[in-house]
Design a protein around this ligand. Structure first.
Ligand code: ZN
Length: 258
């Protein structure tokens, strides 16, 4: 859980007269990353005559057959071949908060509908299928179906023009860290990722913890909102991420899933 929640909480407590008006609930955007493996650099082009307008076409030298990876964790909800028109072979991934990403003109698929994917997962390969005149990846981010301006790690892509984007997608990191924030009380450590698991100890408010991996478990509402993410801080030791400041609203990028 991260900084953005603090801002939302602060904004939500703005008083109007004597009334404290809660802000409308807002789901933070996933942290989208460049859709290519860690360390690669790709040239991304935006242009006003592109359809839809905010799409990015990615290229690099000899890119036919290069792997394309998931931009953020989510669930594959389309693996479709439109033949010689439009997107050709394309994958769509559904992300939290009503976001989707599209990966088009692929040479082939490496995922199927319903599959959960994380950062760095190869979903297919760069191709020139559909209405394409040469190998490239056509990439889109959408919110509730509407084409939106692309952001990587929260930073807006170049509109309009061509820019080099370097990927930190799926870069390995052996562990993450966070700080427990409970506003006073000790946080219960569980033997598994959920409130139904046995309590095996506590960590004091303000404790800096090393996070070995993260996984999904029971939903917990804590200091940083409501989350199903649980952090493993040792063998058979899990704490609810909703009480841990990690600098990220969702999963910590690059950290393994348990
Ligand atoms: Zn395109």
């Amino acid at each position: 859980m991260g900084k953005r929640w603090l801002g939302l909480l602060a904004a939500g407590l703005l008083a109007v007269g004597a009334l404290v008006v809660p802000a409308a609930p807002a789901m933070a955007a996933p942290t989208f990353k460049v859709p290519f493996p860690c360390g690669q650099s790709w040239s991304g082009q935006t242009r006003t005559n592109h359809s839809p307008a905010y799409s990015i076409d990615f290229n690099r030298t000899d890119d036919l057959g290069d792997p394309v990876v998931a931009s953020a964790p989510g669930t594959v909800d389309r693996v479709t071949d439109l033949g010689g028109t439009s997107y050709g072979k394309y994958v769509r991934i559904s992300h939290a908060g009503g976001y989707h990403t599209y990966y088009a003109h692929l040479n082939g698929f490496n995922v199927s509908v319903g599959q959960a994917v994380g950062y760095g997962k190869v979903i297919g390969w760069v191709g020139s299928t559909g209405g394409s005149t040469g190998p490239h990846l056509h990439y889109e981010q959408r919110l509730n179906g509407a084409d939106i301006q692309v952001r990587f790690n929260g930073a807006l892509a170049l509109y309009w023009g061509t820019k080099s984007y370097s990927s930190d997608n799926g870069c390995s990191s052996s562990s993450g860290s966070g700080t427990v924030n409970t506003s006073g009380t000790a946080l219960t450590v569980r033997s598994g990722p959920g409130t139904g698991y046995a309590a095996v100890g506590t960590v004091a408010d303000g404790t800096r913890v090393t996070i070995q991996c993260q996984t999904s478990g029971t939903s917990v509402t804590g200091t940083y909102g409501t989350s199903t993410i649980w952090d493993r801080i040792g063998s058979g030791r899990f704490i609810a991420d909703a009480y841990v400041y990690t600098g990220y609203d969702g999963y910590i990028p690059g950290l393994p899933r348990c």
